[in-house]
Design a protein around this ligand. Sequence first.
Ligand code: ZN
Length: 280
Amino acid sequence: MRDFTDDHSALALNTATLGHNLDGFGAGWSPEQVVDACAERGYGGIVFWAREIGERAVSIGERVRASGMEVTGLCRTPFLTGSQAGTDDAVRASIDMAAGLGTTVLTIVTGGTEPGTKGLLDSQKRLAERIAAFADYAADKSVNLAIEPLNPMFGGNRTCVMTVRDALNVCNMVGAGNVGIAVDVYHVWWDTALPESLQEAKGLVLGYHLCDWLEETSDMLLDRGMMGDGVADLKALRAAVEDTGYRGLCEVEIFSAENWWKRPPETVLDTIVERFRTVC
Ligand code: ZN
């Protein structure tokens, strides 16, 4: 397992951590301000949300690389399944945006269960069909598609993939070389079968997302903890992820409306560096 004690070059910021993915939250920094603040602190990369990018994917990507970092990923495609599934054009536009940013990873939050179905298997089959339909388009632009399992409490309206095991099954159904899995601490920390699932996912992990699970979580979506403040076994989780061969950046993604989003971004960014080196 990599030693981050004296080296946080593998640290990336997901801008959701500064409240940037929801209206009315965060300090309102521009992408350029985020890039400069991360570069100053020695971060290795940044993950953006589509809403921050607009038409400026190419220039923002260039700015990140000129600052010595990489664009580690883009959040995310529209939902691919469920009653809120996005159009084909919207999915292709998210792939184009990832390519414009110069990132190789576009995250998929799948969307919920398909209208008229029960359970998950029909929805996962539909998900695999939709991902397969875009895999070549993404590959032509050097974009990999990372299926992110969500905590089962998001089942129904946001996801039909709740474990790495589920994501692996969908990857196998798709059978494309540029489709893999994003592993997020918030969504998988509870899964005691995770190490076994990951053993079968060698070479398929495309991203690792850091936060913590607070013992007394007050909001399912917006009360994620800073690493070290909760009950997730962060070192064991990273060991299992790295056992698959993953050597990419580790992105910090903390949705925290009542705590971290209310603090000055500089404080948040400094705290992340310290926690990354000590508890992750
Ligand atoms: Zn995530």
